[in-house]
Design a protein around this ligand. Structure first.
Ligand code: PLP
Length: 394
């Protein structure tokens, strides 16, 4: 019997990576494509981080480290969690892994039994449901539509809870919507999770990319109970423009972290040693490059938001964080005669030469995601093309 395992049957490739790859291919063929699909900052990693990584290699720090991460990196993370949030963790409550994505994968493997449910708000980051399914779990979606500001309420969460619920995934600021939950909203959500006695997985990877007067509150800070039931996920990919270095981490319950570390010891071993030294410098060194990038993203958002909102049939909420815009384009899709948003996005790429991610991959099929981690003049040109494309068919 040479069949693939059953668990691969529902596995779909990441929609984000697929469109980005197609746009790159078109570019290679000499086609003038503007890619707004990217899920990463368009800056290089700050120089001092690259230098620290290089120096560590020259010093011979090129060997295995403990599977759960270097003690010095765990210390840097512990200091960051304490400085940013007033949260105290022991090294045994921190795991460093190969990007937040793989840390989440490992987490689901150690907390889910077959049939366990995980509540995931819509719109969601594409990998959550796939990773839950790969661990034998069942994703349960709760709809945060454009009308509710792409957020869910505590009441909705309560309705979704069953005796099989094991965890709730909170991603604030959100990919793809850029929305941030307020402290009051988080308190209500926490209360539901406390009553149901479930884990909270708080993916805070966009925490440093916040604009206007929005504030990021980590749900783990709200009470002792909140800290005990929350596994905070974070990393250096988005904050320090370090997506390729692959360093992410989890902070939380010691038994969960121990199980994750044991699993890592048999699956990945340590995250790349050089990248860990780079991450130590990212956290212990100067943070001004992070703030410069944030300010620049904020400026781009202010510049492009009105232009995008002005396209006929586009309904756009102004995001508060991350680097994505998620217009609801249902009306534009209808008026331009496309069957659905996927077809609309395909035509945008093929005819207008603009790559956007259709929201079907995020559970929000009426939307498209545009990343403004793109040079401003390019983004403006992309908006002009989209507008022309829509108006020509209206
Ligand atoms: N979580 C969210 C919401 C993301 O958007 C991403 C990256 O796109 C990740 C986690 C994973 O980040 P990384 O694996 O690069 O640390």
């Amino acid at each position: 019997d040479r069949r693939l395992a059953k668990r691969t049957e529902t596995l779909t490739p990441s929609s984000t990576l697929a469109i980005t790859a197609k746009a790159k291919q078109m570019k290679k063929e000499g086609i003038d494509v503007i890619g707004l699909g990217a899920g990463e900052p368009d800056y290089n990693t700050p120089d001092h981080i690259i230098e620290a990584a290089y120096a560590s290699m020259k010093e011979g720090k090129t060997k295995y480290t403990p599977a759960g991460g270097l003690p010095e990196l765990k210390d840097a993370i512990i200091r960051k969690m304490s400085g940013d949030h007033g949260l105290t963790y022991k090294p045994s409550e921190v795991l460093v892994g190969i990007g937040a994505k793989h840390v989440l994968y490992t987490l689901f493997q150690v907390i889910l039994d077959p049939g366990d449910e995980v509540i995931i708000p819509i719109p969601y980051w594409v990998s959550y449901p796939e990773q839950v399914k790969l661990a034998g779990g069942v994703p349960v979606h709760v709809d945060g539509s454009v009308e509710s500001g792409f957020k869910i309420t505590a009441e909705q969460l309560k309705e979704a809870v069953s005796d099989k619920t094991k965890a709730f995934i909170l991603n604030s600021p959100s990919n793809p919507s850029g929305m941030i939950y307020t402290e009051d909203e988080l308190r209500d959500i926490l209360e539901v999770c406390r009553e149901a006695d479930i884990w909270i997985i708080s993916d805070e990877i966009y925490e440093k990319l916040i604009y206007g007067d929005a504030e990021h509150v980590s749900i783990a800070t709200l009470s002792d109970d909140a800290k005990e039931r929350t596994i905070v996920i974070n990393g250096v990919s988005k904050s320090h423009s370090m997506t390729g270095w692959r360093i992410g981490y989890a902070c939380g319950d010691g038994a969960v972290i121990k199980a994750m570390t044991d699993l890592a010891s048999h699956s990945t071993s340590n995250p790349v040693t050089t990248s860990q030294y780079a991450a130590i410098e990212a956290y212990n060194g100067p943070w001004d490059a992070v703030e410069t990038m944030r300010k620049d993203f904020g400026k781009r958002l202010d510049a492009v938001y009105p232009l995008l909102s002005d396209i006929p049939g586009f309904r756009v909420l102004k995001p508060q964080g991350a680097f994505y815009l998620l217009p609801d384009v249902s009306e534009a899709v209808r008026k331009t005669g496309f069957e659905d948003t996927d077809a609309f996005a395909r035509a945008l790429l093929e005819e207008a030469k603009v790559a956007v991610i259709p929201g079907s991959g995020f559970g929000a099929p009426g939307t498209i995601r545009l990343s403004y981690a793109t040079e401003l003049s390019q983004f403006k040109e992309a908006v002009r093309r989209i507008r022309e494309f829509v108006e020509a068919r209206w």
